[in-house]
Design a protein around this ligand. Structure first.
Ligand code: GDP
Ligand code: MN
Length: 379
């Protein structure tokens, strides 16, 4: 789950990382009020779950509350790479002497958290990585040992931060950022830019914070930060219903049991010339309610033209899944053609049940390939 900048900064504050004082605003009037309360120059910042807001015109400095109000009017409603701005973060502006970049993320290849620190901050880190990879100080952390003080020092010396006072502040922030990364079960904690003010103070001017969805049960307060309006409507419905679902952009709705089987189904649909509309894993269940929930999510996608079930019965029995499908079809009206492939435990029995019940739009197949060919021909 991605957090907005202001939410990430709230977690930074809890971790002891210095950020600017600010307020959320959803109207130009609130922006003016926020600027009045904060006093002095402020920055009006679009809150969207996408980077590069500065370049897109979503970040503007304001010297007066009136200016903050007019900037807010401009930025609210703006479309930043497909994300409509509905919230603003108004914060005290700082003069910037230097812009650094600091992050902790997961390096899946190494199976370890990875620190990146560079004095070439402020701009696209991808660009720095491509054009000037030597400017990045990169260091892995052993997750069992945790980050060690020498690691912060190594990062600082390697990236070429020379001022002792700055070094001390950056070292503290490095340690605290790792603390936040672990404490909140994050996948990414990024500060770009990490600034040094003309007076030599180091502060986090931006935040990108991604928390592992699978750990949200440990952080109910963070889970509550989710902006349900920003989510894809199908994925939101799926989350509410507890369905494992990822929207894709094709026209064949897919349900399978087990992530591996669903992945294989995506490939086979592609192989026979179709395009998957989604990834949807029924898991070990396949009871009627699970099937109803999954079908509701899949058919809420207007691009879907036909649906394929790909079920391999292991512990799950195909006759029970067949019963689930029939019960679900009795509870809801589905116009789309549906192809069901059942294999494994009690497959023959399950297929028999479907053939006997014979709902008009239901087609039974024995193999994954024939089911894929059938569903693509019916779309
Ligand atoms: P991003 O473009 O989405 O990464 O948004 P950032 O929060 O990183 O802001 C982009 C840029 O706006 C920063 O790199 C700064 O140059 C500028 N900026 C943001 N806040 C301030 C501020 O308080 N003072 C000044 N002078 N510039 C700021
Ligand atoms: Mn930034």
């Amino acid at each position: 789950m991605d957090l907005y900048e202001y939410q990430g900064k709230e977690l930074f504050t809890r971790a002891g990382i210095p950020v600017s004082e600010g307020r959320v605003a959803t109207t130009p009037e609130e922006a003016r009020q926020a600027a009045e309360e904060l006093g002095g120059p402020v920055v009006v910042k679009a809150q969207v779950l996408v980077g590069g807001r500065g370049k897109a015109g979503g970040i503007k400095l304001a010297d007066t509350p009136t200016e903050a109000e007019s900037h807010a009017a401009e930025i609210l409603g703006m479309d930043i790479r497909g994300h409509v701005v509905r919230r603003l973060w108004i914060e005290k502006a700082w003069d910037i002497a230097k812009e650094y970049y600091l992050s902790v993320t997961f390096d899946r290849g190494e199976k370890k958290p990875l620190f990146i620190l560079t004095t070439a901050g402020g701009i696209d880190i991808e660009e720095v990585a491509e054009k000037n990879p030597g400017a990045l100080a990169r260091l892995h952390v052993d997750p069992l040992v945790g980050s060690q003080p020498w690691q912060a020092r190594w990062l600082i010396f390697t990236s070429g931060i020379e001022d002792p006072d700055e070094q001390k502040q950056v070292a503290a922030i490095v340690e605290k950022l790792y603390g936040a990364f672990v404490d909140f079960d994050a996948m990414l904690c990024e500060v770009n830019p990490l600034i040094v003010t003309p007076a030599g103070e180091v502060r986090a001017l931006d935040s990108k914070f991604t928390v592992d969805d699978n750990a949200l049960f440990r952080h109910p307060d963070v889970a509550e930060m989710r902006d349900v309006e920003a989510a894809d409507p199908q994925e939101r419905l799926a989350r509410e219903k507890g369905v494992t679902y990822v929207k894709l952009d094709g026209e064949i709705g897919i349900l399978g049991n087990g992530a591996g089987l669903v992945m294989a189904t995506l490939d086979v649909i592609d192989q026979v010339g179709g395009r998957p509309a989604n990834f949807c894993d029924l898991g070990g269940g396949g009871d009627a309610q699970g099937v109803v929930d999954a079908l509701e999510v899949i058919t809420s996608d207007e691009q879907v033209q036909a649906i394929v079930f790909n079920i391999f019965g292991g512990i799950t029995r195909c006759n029970e899944v067949a019963q689930g499908i029939l019960t679900a079809l009795g509870q809801m009206t589905i116009e789309h053609p549906i192809v069901v492939r059942l294999d494994g435990t009690n497959a023959a029995e399950g297929r028999q049940m479907l053939v006997e019940a014979a709902p008009p739009n239901l087609h039974v197949e024995e193999t994954m390939l024939s089911a894929a060919e059938k569903v693509v021909s019916l779309r």
